[in-house]
Design a protein. Structure first.
Length: 157
């Protein structure tokens, strides 16, 4: 089957050849004023085989988005993938892969240590009823326990 080249980077990724969990630099975008945006694909689950339950993913998003900024001054965004298999994390002007891996480890440890989900209320969240702190912690524990696998992105054939 011939696959048409798409505008979205992840649509050009062969999801049958990746092995989760992994962390890969998905793209680098340069702004007109010199800033550089580094977008990481942080894959928790094997595509088309497993996924994160929405309340756990939602809480993990809140926790990561809040806590990652305690460790790095130039976080642009932490956003969940619609397929519920991972997150995109974007940093401004910091493309060092090892630094990002340490940032992710520290952030996931913060998730494990959290006592509550930040902004988990109807004023600050668009679906406050859909959260699971324990589910988020379990996802973080599982991902962190496999950190030695994060650099392996593709299945060896």
């Amino acid at each position: 089957m011939e696959i048409k080249k798409m505008n979205v980077e992840s649509f050009n990724l062969d999801h049958t050849k990746v092995v989760a969990p992994y962390v890969r630099l998905a793209s680098i975008s340069k702004g007109s004023h010199g800033d550089v945006l580094y977008k990481y694909d942080v894959r928790f689950c094997q595509p088309n085989k497993e996924y994160m339950e929405m309340p756990s993913l939602h809480s993990l998003e809140h926790l990561m988005a809040e806590h990652i900024r305690n460790h790095h001054d130039f976080v642009f965004d932490v956003g969940p993938m619609g397929c519920q298999t991972g997150f995109y994390v974007s940093l401004i002007n910091d493309g060092d892969y090892e630094t990002f891996l340490n940032l992710l480890k520290n952030t996931l440890q913060d998730v494990i240590n959290a006592d509550e989900v930040p902004a988990c209320n109807e004023i600050q969240c668009g679906w406050a009823a859909s959260h699971s702190l324990e589910g988020a912690k379990e996802l973080a524990r599982t991902m962190l326990s496999k950190s030695d696998e994060w650099k392996t992105i593709f299945i060896e054939e």
